[in-house]
Design a protein around this ligand. Structure first.
Ligand SMILES: NC(=O)C1=CN([C@@H]2O[C@H](COP(=O)(O)OP(=O)(O)OC[C@H]3O[C@@H](n4cnc5c(N)ncnc54)[C@H](O)[C@@H]3O)[C@@H](O)[C@H]2O)C=CC1
Ligand SMILES: N[C@@H](CC=O)C(=O)O
Length: 347
């Protein structure tokens, strides 16, 4: 039975939910999955940091008060976020990186990934910045150091999309995709349809742990733009950058627009898409689209997301499931760890 030492970088909603899952399920994982996880370090900008090669109590951690420097209350804990020390010196085999997504340059999360990969430590991350903005470099670094770099949760949270499409749609001649790829904006549109104001709906999405630290990224489409870049580069062999994807969010939609759509038997949805054109070029966009109710994406409500892959051999293949949520996204980290474990033990 394998025990992986894991360090958590960023201890907000997602990594705290991972600690909760470890506390509740580690024993069951030994039997079901053939491994368990020991938390040997945590760092967080707000909570501080701790290195504990002997292992930390995941149950206690998942209930740590969300107060400034709270990790300093634990023996050996510090008020400062000593990210580099936690990544390099905690004895971690795996770094779970879940700090803020920076949609402009992907930092400092990309540097956290580099520190880990340079030392041959595996990285699992839900952060979209490093993959969308530095994906090729980080994948090459991982390969050079025989480390895994996994990021299933970066698109559609714990709903299997990236690995599923890469593995199971290989050979199907994928030509593009369109999808609802942001839980917050879809939740906001659904709540506005039920009569809530825009700001109240955004506040609800924040309270439920769906929104980015700055929800502008959700409602202006910047988050979906990163996801379109990730999917296009992973699945369509593209080398897109964010500037290749036109982007408009939902902040311009009013209650009157939604009401008019209802009257016309349609719904507004924020759609991210990329399509390979006949000349081989790729057209990619993020924009609100008015969908007739019969459209497969029109009925997707709340924080649920869905993506339809266009393939030559199967036609459209649509995957739907949670697009955001703390436990849902922590599951994505678990699925990355399972993938790492299986790749190394089932050769
Ligand atoms: N919450 C969700 O539903 C999903 C989140 N994600 C991504 O996962 C990541 C984490 O999400 P959440 O946990 O919800 O966010 P969060 O905002 O709850 O937590 C992020 C944590 O990272 C810490 N942090 C920020 N910068 C840091 C730095 N430089 N050094 C150390 N710690 C730092 C913050 O103090 C905060 O506690 C984000 O990148 C987000 O975009 C991806 C899919 C779904
Ligand atoms: N804020 C994002 C979280 C997942 O990427 C969303 O709402 O989809």
């Amino acid at each position: 039975m394998t025990e992986y030492n894991i360090a958590l970088v960023g201890f907000g909603g997602v990594n705290r939910a991972l600690a909760q899952l470890i506390a509740e399920r580690n024993q069951a994982w030994k039997k079901q999955l053939g491994f368990s996880l020991k938390i040997v370090g945590i760092s967080d900008l707000f909570l501080g940091s701790i290195v504990a090669p002997q292992g930390l109590d995941a149950g206690l951690l998942s209930k740590l008060p969300a107060t400034k420097g709270a990790l300093a209350q634990l023996p050996g804990g510090q008020v400062e976020a000593l990210n580099e020390q936690v990544i390099k010196d905690s004895g971690a085999d795996i770094i779970a990186e879940a700090t803020f997504t920076n949609p402009v340059d992907g930092e400092p999360a990309s540097t956290f990934c580099r520190w880990a990969l340079e030392q041959g430590k595996h990285v699992v991350t839900t952060n979209k910045g490093p993959i969308a903005l530095h994906g090729a470099e980080l994948k090459a670094l991982a390969q050079r150091n025989q480390a895994a770099f996994e990021y299933e949760g970066a698109v559609m949270s714990g709903t299997p999309v990236i690995r599923m499409a890469k593995q199971s749609l290989a050979g199907s001649e994928l030509s593009g995709f369109e999808g609802i790829l942001n839980g917050t904006s879809n939740f906001v549109l659904t709540r506005m349809d039920a009569g809530l104001g825009f700001a109240e709906a955004v506040a609800e999405a924040q309270a439920l742990g769906y929104a980015e630290a700055d929800p502008t990224a959700d409602v202006e489409g910047f988050d979906v733009r990163l996801k379109v870049v990730i999917l296009a580069n992973e699945l369509l062999g593209a080398q897109l950058t964010v500037s290749d994807v036109s982007c408009r969010g939902i902040s311009g939609l009013t209650a009157a627009d939604l009401e008019q759509a209802r009257a016309e038997g349609a719904r507004w949805k924020l759609i991210g898409s990329a399509q390979r054109l006949a000349d081989g070029s790729l057209q990619a966009s993020v924009e609100p689209r008015l969908l007739p109710l019969a459209h497969p994406l029109a009925g997707i409500g709340g924080a649920i997301n869905a993506v339809s892959f266009n393939t030559e051999l199967l036609g459209a293949v649509t995957v739907s499931g949670p697009g955001a949520g703390r436990i849902e996204t922590a599951f994505a980290l678990l699925s990355d760890i399972i993938h790492i474990h299986q790749s190394r033990t089932c050769r």
